[in-house]
Ligand binder design. Structure first.
Ligand code: PRP
Ligand code: URA
Length: 209
């Protein structure tokens, strides 16, 4: 069974409260999502392997550590996942970014794929799939399927808010994929929105609707 990590760091929780607030406008919403994504990346990449190196400081030689050249990839699910990319890239500038376009059919709530552009070597990279919302789990599960069909192996899922239903779905479909979230909310409403959630993440990020 994959693990669920709920990130309870005070900075993440404080910013998530601001993100949830319906009075928060698109500019601030975007900035906060980027900041929380950066903070989440800090935790998600906690187990990156290190190797020894040596540098000359102005005073003498220092034995130090650097990240051991691991190939990384960040895969946002369009649209809303885009809001999390810049924060993560700030921490891991060498990561490559692949895009998967999926929207949820508003009637059936089933994921519909419409775009995909991935780094050619995704099978060699440790990937994190990012999307602010894990609701029914259909979109995330489909995106992970898509990556696995193309040879990807080490995949993690990073979301701001999850519903219990979404976590259950991803764990059932992909028991090798650990899930990182800032909060697990109560439930889904009749339209498949997370309660209390933050509303429609794509619309709030991009000012649509
Ligand atoms: C939202 C969200 C997720 C999906 C979650 O995207 O960003 O991708 O819904 O729902 P699920 O877990 O039930 O699949 P949406 O379909 O609204 O598309 P958008 O990002 O283009 O607005
Ligand atoms: N997509 C969103 O943007 N918000 C939800 O609550 C559920 C799906």
């Amino acid at each position: 069974m994959s693990k669920v990590h709920v990130m309870d760091h005070p900075l993440i929780q404080h910013k998530l409260t601001l993100i949830r607030n319906k009075e928060t406008g698109a500019k601030e919403f975007r900035e906060l999502v980027e900041e929380v994504a950066l903070l989440m990346a800090y935790e998600v990449y906690r187990d990156l392997p290190l190797e020894e190196t040596e540098v000359d400081t102005p005073i003498g030689k220092a034995s130090c550590k650097v990240i051991a050249g691991k190939k990384l990839g960040i895969i946002p699910i369009l649209r809303a996942g885009l809001g999390m990319v810049d924060g993560m890239i700030k921490l891991i500038p060498a990561a490559k970014v692949g895009h998967i376009g999926i929207y949820r059919d508003p009637e059936t709530l089933q994921p519909v794929e419409y775009y995909c552009k991935l780094p050619t070597d995704i099978h060699e990279r440790d990937l994190i799939v990012v999307d602010p919302m894990l609701a029914t789990g259909g979109s995330a599960s489909a995106a992970i399927d898509f990556l696995k069909q193309r040879g990807a192996k080490g995949i993690k899922l990073v979301c701001l808010i999850a519903a219990p239903e979404g976590i259950e779905r991803v764990q059932k479909d992909h028991d090798d994929v650990d899930i990182f979230v800032a909060a697990v909310d109560e439930r889904l409403n009749d339209h498949g929105y997370i309660v209390p959630g933050l509303g429609d993440a794509g619309d709030r990020l991009f000012g649509t609707k």
